[in-house]
Design a protein around this ligand. Structure first.
Ligand SMILES: Nc1ncnc2c1ncn2[C@@H]1O[C@H](COP(=O)(O)OP(=O)(O)O)[C@@H](O)[C@H]1O
Ligand SMILES: [Mg+2]
Length: 312
């Protein structure tokens, strides 16, 4: 998704800026007039190309040795109450670590998190998921954290739970990626901000299975891959996705599982129930796509995996 209004904001030098020393940082926003805006857009189109679409970027002033985060406050107001000062600081931290260069528009704005396309330092894109720290539904997070032996004695404050949730998605991605499951490769985590491989083609995000047009044979092929992926997640990663649906699988030439924050270890007391739910939801979707045996395949897999865990 491209930002509809290529508006950039620039920081005014702040009073005392020169005295602020090397690498001092600041977050500034300032709406400029239309004439100046036109000149800046022209400049950016010629010199910096796609940067004109960025809504967060960093500018380093060699003379003052000062880095400034450039934020389009107007656009944030429209899109995004998620960007409070704390989140901007977190993003700035990731920029300074070289994990992202600039932030573009949101790909998705959800109840618990927003996902942004970001530009990498060396070129190419990443996806940045920012979990809302003020989310009203964070209470349900604990159902997927408590009982997962990987997360014990966590900070149970609102922020602590959300940071743990983000860390959990990062760890789940890392485990899955290292075992060869097709998921976005995790790139960085800082507090409630997760950076991962961007799944897309020519700058456009890959579609969710829900919105994919495909032939019957292609759905058949995808169903086989989905079944194999669920099996691999369970047997090799010892994980259950726990929110599997046609919305949490992208299509990038093959199915890519995403949104794994809630994924639990198979030792979790509800793991079997969650596995049953996952396979129920996804087989119903594939049945609607004409894969008549999807329900039976799911039943067989549930039995196979459930008995494998009892044998351990
Ligand atoms: N790594 C990624 N690359 C491209 N798009 C992504 C990526 N991760 C998420 N998205 C997009 O953002 C949407 C929401 O992400 P998701 O992780 O499912 O969060 P939510 O908790 O809001 O459902 C996805 O459906 C997908 O369209
Ligand atoms: Mg999702």
């Amino acid at each position: 998704m491209r930002c509809p209004v290529p508006l950039h904001t620039y920081p005014e030098p702040e009073h005392g800026q020169e005295e602020s020393g090397p690498q001092a940082s600041g977050i500034t926003s300032h709406v400029i007039d239309v004439g100046k805006l036109f000149l800046i857009i022209a400049f950016y189109l010629i010199v910096a190309g796609k940067d004109v679409y960025d809504i967060i970027s960093e500018r380093y002033d060699k003379r003052t040795k000062r880095s400034t985060l450039i934020v389009d406050a107007e656009r944030f107001k429209t899109y995004d109450e998620v960007f409070d000062r704390q989140n901007l600081d977190n993003i700035f931290h990731l920029m300074k670590r070289g994990k992202i260069r600039t932030v573009e528009c949101p790909i998705s704005t959800g109840k618990e998190a927003n996902v942004y396309k970001t530009n990498k330092v060396g070129g190419g894109f990443s996806a940045m998921k920012v979990f809302r720290t003020s989310t009203a539904t964070f209470g349900s997070f604990l159902e997927y954290i408590d009982g997962d032996r990987r997360f014990q004695n966590i900070d149970r404050s609102r922020r602590g739970i959300i940071y743990t949730w983000a860390r959990k998605e990062h760890l789940n991605l890392r485990t899955m990626f290292e075992k060869g499951v097709r998921v976005p490769e995790p790139e960085a985590i800082f507090r409630n901000v997760l950076v991962m491989e961007y799944i897309g083609y020519e700058g456009k995000p890959a579609p969710q299975l829900k919105f994919l047009d495909a032939e019957k044979e292609e759905w058949e092929e995808m169903w086989e891959i989905v079944v194999e992926t669920v099996r691999k997640l369970f047997v090799e990663c010892e994980l259950v996705h726990a929110d599997l649906s046609e919305y949490n699988i992208l299509y990038d030439g093959a199915p890519v599982f995403i949104d794994v924050g809630q994924s639990v270890h198979i030792g979790h007391p509800n793991a079997k129930e969650l596995l049953r739910r996952d396979l129920g939801v996804i087989s119903t979707f594939f049945r609607k796509k004409g894969i008549e045996g999807a329900g039976d395949d799911a039943e067989i897999l549930i039995k196979e995996l459930a008995s494998s865990v009892e044998d351990r």
